[in-house]
Design a protein around this ligand. Structure first.
Ligand code: SF4
Length: 154
């Protein structure tokens, strides 16, 4: 099946610090599936490297509805770029008929279940990143890399 995957999990150096979060378990899925790497933050027009970013006073759902914003550590509002990246990510998921996405945990874009709380103090809160949320809202089953997604892969 076609599976949308955070590019950093596949070894692409697209993280804010120009590193990746390669995950062998995820990468090995390529033996049975077609993996589509996406980096919503780059798709939204952000450069690499870039300053760390967190969602302030809310989660991805709040950003998509205009109730919260996404800012970098220098207080620059990047909500427009994050929303653009989420729409591009959704467009790619639709183009490839992806019903499952495996995304990087805790990210303000890709995080599913918990994200950093906007204080840049490594504190987590419940919620999804902006792209994880738009995918969920459009019926795509989203997992983070630690969850048991195997039963959902055909
Ligand atoms: S936006 Fe997603 S794919 Fe891109 S570096 Fe962050 S966690 Fe990885």
């Amino acid at each position: 099946m076609n599976i949308l995957v955070s590019a950093c999990l596949l070894g692409v150096n697209c993280r804010y610090d120009s590193n990746n979060t390669y995950n062998q378990k995820i990468a090995e899925l390529i033996s049975k599936h077609f993996l589509i790497p996406i980096c919503p933050e780059q798709l939204g027009g952000l450069s690499t490297p870039r300053l760390p970013v967190e969602i302030l006073k809310g989660d991805g759902s709040d950003v998509l509805s205009g109730r919260a914003c996404v800012k970098n550590s220098c207080d620059v509002d990047l909500s427009v770029q994050f929303i653009k990246g989420s729409i591009e990510t959704l467009n790619i998921a639709i183009l490839y008929g992806c019903s499952v996405a495996i995304l990087k945990a805790k990210s303000p874009s890709c995080g599913k279940g918990c994200i950093y709380d906007g204080t840049f103090s490594k504190t987590l809160r419940k919620g999804n990143g902006v792209s994880a949320q738009i995918l969920i809202d459009n019926g795509i089953k989203v997992f983070n890399e630690s969850e048991d997604f195997f039963p959902y892969l055909k």
